[in-house]
Design a protein around this ligand. Structure first.
Ligand code: ADP
Ligand code: MG
Length: 323
């Protein structure tokens, strides 16, 4: 059983940033308005995600760490109407199989909760403890029992880069949630959670960049677009700064990001890329989020229509911008 869990874990938990992603998505699914992430040594030593969400009921605590114990799908039909981020019930068992996990959680405001300690998939302790409402997950010594996996880890800086990249995008996807990211004690990201996307952009890219961003806002019968795009003279040397969020979920989609670049094309020198943060809304029934287990690359019906709409709207915002 443990071996099977470790093997399966490799598919979900590739590196420290996968843990951060799964824990933060759970916090978001739990309706948290504040999510604090603390990392040590690129996440290989410690990853701690603390939220003020719904917490986990005592009788569900242990269950949550066993395979396919998702509380998020009621029926097969729900698979086609997914609105929450997690829906496979694989994350916690996978993390618990390859790390030392401590989960302190409380669904109430009584000041009391539960502490569950799991190491390499085995429950070490389950006891009552002082806890505020929400969940506090600590993941230590990731891959301590899978040395082969540990060998594939890159430098602390690289692993941290993956984590901060994910968190920056999450913060932009959820401006109504207050995020902090600390690495070895220093603050790398702090957002207010007041719903102001521009504040989040300032926290991620700096106030100088945020000040010059152009708002984009449009809708037609099928899509809504809302966000900010950079002025053609305020661009960067790589395309990492294009963030697309579809129905609250950060996505990668080649054709939409190319449409954005296409709109900038005549205005930008080669090798310059815009800063873009674009929220796209559309009917979730038209989105296939099950394309890849990491749930990043998504497909949708009417991809061409969306692509055309995005390109048109970005063009129209850029029109009239003097270089
Ligand atoms: P999934 O998110 O796909 O349902 P996970 O393995 O990530 O599966 O989590 C298992 C279950 O544990 C969730 O369905 C949820 O009920 C519970 N859970 C995990 N993390 C949290 C959290 N931070 N707050 C509240 N509930 C949580
Ligand atoms: Mg999950």
């Amino acid at each position: 059983e443990h071996v099977a869990n470790q093997i399966a874990a490799g598919e979900v938990i590739e590196r420290p940033s996968s843990v951060v992603k799964e824990l933060v998505e759970n916090s978001l699914d739990a309706g948290s308005t504040r999510i604090n992430v603390a990392i040590e040594e690129g996440g290989l030593q410690l990853i701690r995600v603390t939220d003020n969400g719904s917490g986990i009921e005592t009788e569900d605590c242990e269950v949550a760490f066993f395979r396919h114990a998702t509380s998020k799908i009621g029926s097969g039909k729900d698979l086609f109407q997914i609105r929450t981020l997690g829906f496979r019930g694989e994350a916690l068992p996978s993390i618990a199989a390859v790390a030392k996990v401590e989960c302190v959680t409380s669904p109430e405001r009584t000041g009391l909760g539960r502490k569950l300690v799991i190491e390499g998939g085995s429950v070490k302790a389950f006891e009552e403890t002082a806890a505020s409402r929400g969940t506090d997950m600590t993941v230590k010594e990731l891959f301590y029992n899978t040395p082969a996996r540990l060998k594939y880890m890159k430098t602390i800086q690289t692993e941290l880069g993956h984590i901060s990249d994910y968190l920056y995008r999450s913060a932009m996807a959820h401006p109504q949630v207050a995020f902090t990211l600390r690495h070895n004690g220093s603050v790398l990201l702090q957002t207010l959670g007041n719903g102001d996307l521009l504040q989040v952009i300032a926290a991620v890219y700096g106030t100088a960049v945020a000040k010059t961003m152009l708002p984009i806002q449009a809708e037609n019968a099928d899509y809504t677009l809302q966000g900010y795009i950079s002025r053609p003279d305020m661009t960067r040397s790589n395309r990492q700064a294009i963030t697309m969020i579809l129905n609250g979920r950060t996505i990668r989609n080649y054709s939409v990001s190319n449409a954005i670049l296409g709109a900038y094309h005549t205005l930008l020198p080669i090798n310059r890329y815009p800063v873009v943060c674009l929220h796209i809304g559309m009917d979730p029934a038209l989105v296939d989020v099950n394309v890849h287990p990491a749930k990043l690359e998504v497909r949708f019906s009417m991809e061409q229509e969306l692509t055309r709409f995005v390109e048109e709207q970005v063009r129209s915002v850029l029109r009239g911008q003097v270089l």
